[in-house]
Design a protein around this ligand. Structure first.
Ligand code: ADP
Ligand code: ZN
Length: 596
């Protein structure tokens, strides 16, 4: 993923520096104030000093040549007080007379210490200096210091990315190729009276190629590409985000025709809900973006592409005509798309002839383009480490496992008790799945710890599904709870190892009720709401009903899992035993337990 992380770090450094500077200024002002306070307590007027000298209350006076402060030490109290004298000459004359009358009076005339005086002056100027530095820093962050360059923004004059670098996504490319035409030939469309679209939203999971396709549009049209991430607009200082948006578009207008790409637009464009704190800052940024989108004329040919994986979060104002009125969904690649992507990324790699990319595409259902590219890169690394001449099947398999279940942890010491627990847990998943019509076949079971998991059961998934039936969801929950059920039945104990399974199963049950309308009592309504109060239109008690229904689904799945295992308890013991002996068992070995 080609996101620049640097600006963010730099950003944090700036913020830290500003905070430190503010603290230093505050400390110095504090010290100066305290000093002043102490001084003013000891300060007496010139008249008072004059009188006290005449009254012979003072034993010693100190002054500095050229200075204006006189320190007087009192006889009785032993206190030192200071007074300001406007001109030293008349005061000296007065003192001379006093000395002749009062020989006890000691006078200490000091030559000035230049260095001390310099530092005293500097100290009193320091807050001002620091404030100036602070201001300069803030201006620079706003991009006012540097001409043209907007902080955090990336610009490429030509991205050199072409549509041929984007694999799969044929329909999406077809939809977007029009934009290339607009950018190349705006006049042609304008003469016809057509308005060129200003904003296009790309919806899709991270890593599906949204940035890549935006770059490809710029590359095909041969126009500059400016990009920024939504999260970079969100700043600690009010108004900064808005000012960045303004700068970004100023720049775009200068270099138009061009593509402006805003990644993670949900960071600024999420729905305006309240007026407090950082949210109102977001509002300012969002408002500025809306102003800019409305502001430029379509003859300026700036096309703003924005990416998000949370379209439901976006403020509706963003989607109005003249703003992001076109939306293109960039899906995770299907079987064919994955094959295309694999083909693209194996071009520059040495790969064994035995590897069937179609089959690999089948084994990697759900992988995004970024993950597939990463998979092949990992495979190449593993092949190198294994001293293979080309990337072998086993290298790819190791890479798939590394990515999906994490690295093998051979060194982790596992107690016998934990091993047994894991063996029954994984055997539980596998055995239960075997008896569920809709569930995928088991590919491998292992009790070797990987990543965070103590063991794993891998399934063969070679089908892309667009719709999932209710039965399938119910059986999925049963398979997930098979691990916990086996622990309970075989060891009469349950462990924390099942927490993720339980979380996923509960999530499925909740979606079945609130999203897919699969509940008998509630019927086909969507209860997916942003704010709990929105549920109130369904009447009081609706949340209780949802809770009851979700619990019922999960409970039933758990009971079903236990039933399957109790009916086939012998197989459960056999599989767990085999796991304890061999640690990993293959599909064939697993299936051998089921032949009569
Ligand atoms: P997104 O912006 O959707 O998070 P990116 O465009 O940054 O994803 O994709 C990250 C990387 O994944 C790309 O640089 C590219 O290497 C790879 N990639 C993703 N999808 C594809 C695709 N369809 N074809 C080729 N490469 C892809
Ligand atoms: Zn499990």
């Amino acid at each position: 993923m080609s996101k620049q992380k640097n600006p963010k770090n730099k950003n944090n450094k700036w913020v830290l520096m500003v905070v430190i500077a503010i603290l230093i200024v505050a400390a110095i002002i504090g010290i100066l104030l305290i000093r002043k306070q102490i001084q003013s307590e000891k300060e007496i007027t010139y008249d008072q000093l004059y009188q006290d000298i005449v009254d012979k209350k003072i034993e010693k006076i100190e002054m500095t040549i050229g200075g204006s402060t006189v320190t007087a030490k009192y006889k009785e109290s032993d206190e030192e007080k200071t007074a300001q004298v406007n001109s030293l000459q008349p005061f000296m004359e007065f003192i001379n007379i006093q000395i002749s009358e009062n020989p006890d009076l000691e006078v200490d005339l000091k030559t000035p210490n230049e260095l001390m005086a310099f530092f005293e002056n500097l100290l009193s100027f320091l807050p001002t200096i620091l404030l100036v530095v602070l201001m300069i820093m803030i201006f620079q962050m706003q991009g006012l210091g540097e001409k043209g360059k907007v902080y955090g923004e990336n610009e490429e004059n030509s991205t050199n990315v072409k549509f041929s670098d984007v694999a799969g996504l044929d329909e999406e490319k077809n939809e977007l190729i029009e934009i290339v035409d607009f950018l190349k030939n705006p006049k042609k469309f304008q003469n016809m009276g057509a308005k060129i679209p200003k904003g296009i939203l790309l919806y899709g999971k991270p890593g599906t190629g949204k940035t890549l396709i935006a770059k490809a549009i710029a590359g095909e049209a041969n126009v500059p590409f400016i990009s920024m991430s939504g999260s970079e607009f969100i700043e600690m200082f009010a108004g900064l985000g808005a000012s960045r948006v303004r700068k970004l578009f100023e720049k775009a207008k200068k270099i138009a025709p061009c593509i402006v790409f805003i990644d993670e637009i949900d960071a600024i464009g999420s729905r305006r809900t309240s007026n407090s704190g950082s949210e109102s800052e977001n509002n300012q940024t969002l408002n500025q973006l809306l102003v800019e989108m409305d502001g430029f004329e379509s003859n300026e040919t700036i096309i703003v592409l924005a990416a998000t994986n949370r379209p439901e979060m976006l403020d509706k104002a963003l989607l109005r005509p003249g703003r992001f009125d076109r939306q293109v969904t960039i899906p995770a690649p299907d079987l064919l798309g994955r094959e295309e992507i694999l083909k693209l990324y194996t071009k520059d790699k040495k790969i064994s002839k035995d590897i069937d990319l179609r089959e690999l595409a089948g084994d990697t259902a759900g992988f995004t383009g970024a993950e597939l590219s990463n998979l092949l890169n990992e495979s190449a690394i593993i092949a190198t480490r294994n001293n293979h001449k080309v990337i072998e099947k086993e290298d790819i398999e190791a890479a798939v496992k590394k990515i999906t279940v994490g690295l093998e942890k051979h060194n982790r010491v596992v107690s016998e008790k934990d091993k047994k627990l894991t063996a029954y847990h994984e055997a539980g998943h596998a055995v239960v799945s075997k008896f569920l019509e809709t569930q995928d076949n088991v590919k491998e079971i292992s009790i070797i710890p990987r990543g965070l998991a103590g063991g794993y059961t891998m399934y063969k998934t070679n089908e892309d599904k667009y719709y999932v039936s209710k039965t399938e969801l119910e059986e999925k929950m049963i398979a997930l709870l098979g691990g916990r059920a086996a622990e309970k039945i075989a060891l009469n104990d349950i462990s924390t190892g099942a927490s993720n399974d339980i979380e996923v199963a509960t999530g499925i049950a909740r979606d079945m009720i609130t999203v897919y309308g699969m509940s008998n009592s509630l019927g086909p309504i969507s209860l997916k709401v942003d704010e709990p109060y929105e549920l109130q239109i369904f009447g009081e008690g609706i949340t209780d009903e949802v809770g009851t229904q979700v619990k019922e689904l999960v409970d039933n799945a758990y009971i079903a899992a236990q039933k399957i295992l109790l009916d086939h308890i012998q197989i459960l013991h056999q599989v767990a035993q085999a796991l304890l002996e061999k640690e990993t068992i293959s599909e064939a070995e697993f299936d051998s337990f089921f032949v009569e």
